[in-house]
Design a protein around this ligand. Structure first.
Ligand SMILES: [Zn+2]
Length: 304
């Protein structure tokens, strides 16, 4: 995603307390935070219908709040960027691709949920989908919670064709469907609980930084990578069901990694899987994608 719409709120928990006054206090405080963190973690677990995996999403965050946050972020982004004329040929083409993908959200969710023995939740039923093309050299795109999307003009020459563009847009839509933004918020909350625990128990700044970087490498980064892998899978199924050629995904990601040349936007660089691994994953998914295409690409769905 181009920009984190839920940006880290920072934390107000940097107070130092009770240094070495009572040796046991530190452990009591740490235990208290561990219990709090544990309650938060286990109290907010749910099963995602698309992947069948347990995910951490704050149960107090409902769909309309998430949508409102996405909408607010979208308006801020549009105010800063240069959207191209919605009637231009490129804007119309991108909108058509988006519409074809969106039309398959329900059927793909239902199908993936069934594969995991789950019921679809139709979380996206109240999304207010919209897409704009933004003038920029970045080869990037995003879809915010609530369904507001953008494609940067810099992506067009890398995508080269509608099938590849559909793969990228499907990937972005999948992030919104999988509620990855809400999962990151919950993760940030856990991280803040960890920071508060560190500060309150009297760890010095260096110890706190070590703890945070260990969490970053051990937990947050792999987590971000698994989100990318999930978005690749769900996005590929959407593209296939919408009658695009999923096989374009492999050369597309090869071009993306070439084009990125060390200065890729965040969405397509640091948090993304190693390009070789990503391509292997996509190749492994190809039989399923082709099956989705055969099963769900019905007459009238494709303009090709
Ligand atoms: Zn992604």
């Amino acid at each position: 995603m181009r920009q984190d719409p839920f940006g880290n709120q920072g934390n107000g928990g940097q107070r130092r307390r009770g240094g070495g006054l009572f040796g046991n206090i530190r452990w009591v405080i740490l235990l208290g935070f561990a219990v709090y963190g544990g309650c938060y973690y286990f109290g907010n677990r749910s099963v995602d219908p698309y992947t069948g995996e347990k995910v951490l999403i704050d149960s107090s965050l409902n769909a309309s709040e998430e949508k409102a946050m996405g909408l607010q972020a979208y308006q801020e982004i549009l105010a800063q960027e240069r959207p191209v004329d919605p009637n231009s040929q490129i804007a119309r083409q991108v909108r058509e691709i988006a519409n074809r993908l969106i039309a398959k959200v329900d059927v793909v969710e239902t199908s993936l949920a069934q594969e995991h023995g789950l019921q679809p939740q139709h979380f996206a039923k109240d999304f207010e989908w919209d897409v704009n093309v933004l003038q920029s050299d970045e080869a990037n795109a995003f879809c915010l919670p609530g369904g507001k999307m953008a494609v940067y003009t810099g992506l067009i020459p890398v995508a080269q064709n509608a099938d590849a563009l559909a793969v990228v847009m499907g990937h972005e839509i999948a992030h919104a469907l999988l509620r990855h933004g809400a999962q990151r918020m919950a993760q940030q909350k856990l991280t803040q609980i960890g920071q508060m625990a560190g500060a309150a128990s009297g760890m010095d700044v260096q110890q706190q930084q070590m703890m945070m970087s260990a969490m970053g490498y051990g937990y947050l980064l792999p987590y971000a990578r698994s989100h990318e892998t999930q978005a690749d899978e769900v996005g590929l199924m959407l593209a296939a069901a919408a009658c695009f050629n999923p096989e374009e995904a492999v050369p597309l990601w090869q071009r993306m990694s070439q084009a990125s040349g060390g200065q890729a936007p965040p969405e397509f660089s640091s948090t993304h899987p190693n390009p070789g691994t990503r391509i292997q994953n996509l190749q492994a998914l190809m039989p399923k994608a082709l099956e989705y295409r055969q099963r769900y690409c019905t007459a009238g769905a494709a303009a090709r």
